[in-house]
Write a protein that binds this ligand. Structure first.
Ligand code: BES
Ligand code: MN
Ligand code: ZN
Length: 500
């Protein structure tokens, strides 16, 4: 979707469709009032008929509104003015764009940014709208015969701001939103692709495709023989149970000063998790194709960073493997040696994410990272603890934790911190190895993070458990592309581009 920023006299702006907010009960927003005046009270007359009260998410399309240059006027309900939260604000935009995607309008001019709730700055107000509009353009079609289910998708969206003073921030907001949306769309598509297509090799190819489009992005793939040489016994033990070879995808983006320490993002790329010998129950097992969403988010965040040409050095790392039962697969009780030299007793082969991540986290020491953030659909326990709204955040570094939380809040892609105290570490004790790969029933998300903490002592590190946020289940089943927005926000902040 193409975005433009507009300002000036609303009644005189030519557009196929002008989007106006209406509050409960029948109260016009500022821009709607202006159009009401220009149309000699046309909007007020229609509201008085009672067809549109301003309920959240209601829409009413008007044709031939007198005195204005817009071909159509779309009224969108925003609920009670005092109760307009960021979520409701985004819902109003969702309602408008969903309706327009079903018409032949093709292009619209939206005034909802004027209604942004208190606490949102003009940049954020515009960026949220653009993000919502762009995300609604995503349709999964790769494995459907009918490739274009959106018949007449919106192609251009203009966002109107009342103050000339806000033009620059608004322009920046749509530029950032478009890049984030592209990253989110890529992460969603990779997530939604089935496990028989989206294999470790396929993920590697898609990363390479991205690099071929951008001269400053280089992709390197480590093969199982390379991993063997590096001593990645934990990662290799997982892929041994699969016929698909594991890949360690390394993406290098050199946008910053030569020699400047890179931000390193590590994403779990488990392209299908059957659990291995500790096999999962059949119900909903298909959803374990989403177990590579951490890796997909890393690739998506790199896509966004590269599109924005962020002045930052960045390394994306995606350990990619399947986890299947097989004669060669890990067995409960097996002991493997990780690249760090620490040995691991595999008491449950379904706790495989930490096994492929720990070797990756040791590997990235060589980049002398400014910071490492890993993201993984790591534990069902995280979903039990936090539900499906925030990611779980773990870090021993309070400043870094605050930075990640703030990036998530600002981007509307939130995380919530859980403790990573030493107290939990004893749950990983093993009689036969340096540690077990599971920590018992209590605090499963925390003990998983504690496991990773044993491999991340040499650099500032944060872990995001995205098991609850990476995809939706049920009728709305599909990848969300989270937390690409959080990551991109973090990178915007780190590169000093958030306000430029
Ligand atoms: N990929 C799963 C985690 C998961 C499960 C995410 C369900 C979202 C929904 C991970 O590999 C796993 O199986 N974790 C186990 C760990 C346990 C064996 C300690 C889990 O959460 O059950
Ligand atoms: Mn598992
Ligand atoms: Zn898994």
């Amino acid at each position: 979707m193409e975005f433009k920023i507009k300002t000036g006299d609303l009644a005189r702006l030519k557009t196929p469709c002008l989007i106006l907010g209406v509050f409960d009960k029948r109260k016009l927003s500022g821009p709607a009032e202006a159009i009401d005046k220009a149309s000699f009270g046309h909007l007020g007359n229609i509201l008085a008929k009672g067809d549109m009260d301003g309920d959240k998410g209601r829409t009413l399309m008007l044709y031939g509104v007198p005195g204005v240059d817009a071909e159509r006027v779309l009224l969108v309900g925003c609920g009670k003015r005092k109760e307009l939260t960021r979520a409701v604000y985004n819902q109003a935009m969702t309602a408008a764009v969903t309706l327009l995607n079903q018409t032949r309008t093709g292009e619209a001019l939206c005034t909802l940014a004027e209604l942004a709730p208190e606490g949102m700055d003009p940049y954020q107000a515009v960026r949220d709208l653009a993000t919502v509009a762009a995300d609604l353009g995503y349709r999964y079609t790769a494995t459907k015969a009918e490739k274009q289910p959106v018949k007449h998708p919106l192609k251009r969206m203009s966002l109107w701001v009342s103050k000339k003073h806000d033009l620059e921030a608004a322009e920046r907001a749509v530029r950032h939103a478009a890049a984030i949306a592209a990253g989110v769309a890529l992460a969603r598509e990779l997530g939604d692709l089935p496990g028989n297509i989206c294999t470790p090799s396929y993920l590697a190819e898609r990363a390479q495709d991205l690099a071929s489009e951008h001269p400053r992005l280089k992709v390197e793939i480590l093969e199982e023989a390379d991993m063997q040489e590096l001593g990645m016994g934990a990662l290799l033990s997982v892929s041994r149970g699969s016929r698909q070879p594991a890949k360690l995808i390394l993406m290098h983006y050199a946008g910053g000063k030569e020699g400047a320490k890179p931000v390193v993002l590590v994403g779990k790329g488990l392209t299908f998790d059957a659990g291995g010998i500790s096999i999962k129950p059949a119900a909903d097992m298909d959803e374990m194709k989403y177990d590579m969403c951490g890796g997909a988010a890393v690739i998506g965040a790199l896509r966004a960073a590269v599109a924005l040409e962020l002045p930052i050095n960045l390394v994306g790392v995606v350990p990619a493997s399947e986890n299947l039962p097989d004669g060669q697969a890990n067995k409960p009780g097996d002991i493997v040696t990780s690249m760090s030299g620490q040995t691991i007793e595999i008491l449950n082969t379904d706790a495989e994410g930490r096994l492929i991540l720990c070797d990756s986290l040791t590997y990235v020491e060589r980049f002398d990272p400014a910071v490492v953030i890993d993201l993984a659909t790591l534990t069902g326990a995280c979903v039990v603890a936090l539900g499906k709204h925030p990611a779980g955040l773990f870090s021993g570094d309070d400043r870094l934790a605050a930075e990640v939380l703030a990036a998530g809040d600002y981007a509307g892609d939130r995380a919530w911190r859980l403790p990573l105290w030493e107290d939990y570490q004893t749950q990983l004790d093993s009689n036969f190895a340096d540690m077990a790969n599971i920590g018992g029933r209590d605090a499963g998300a925390i003990t998983a993070a504690c496991f990773l903490a044993r491999y991340t002592k040499k650099y500032p590190w944060a872990h995001l458990d995205i098991a609850g946020i990476a995809w939706r289940s049920g009728k709305e089943k599909g990848a969300t592309g989270r937390p690409v927005a959080l990551l991109t926000q973090f990178l915007l902040g780190r590169s000093g581009e958030a306000t430029r």
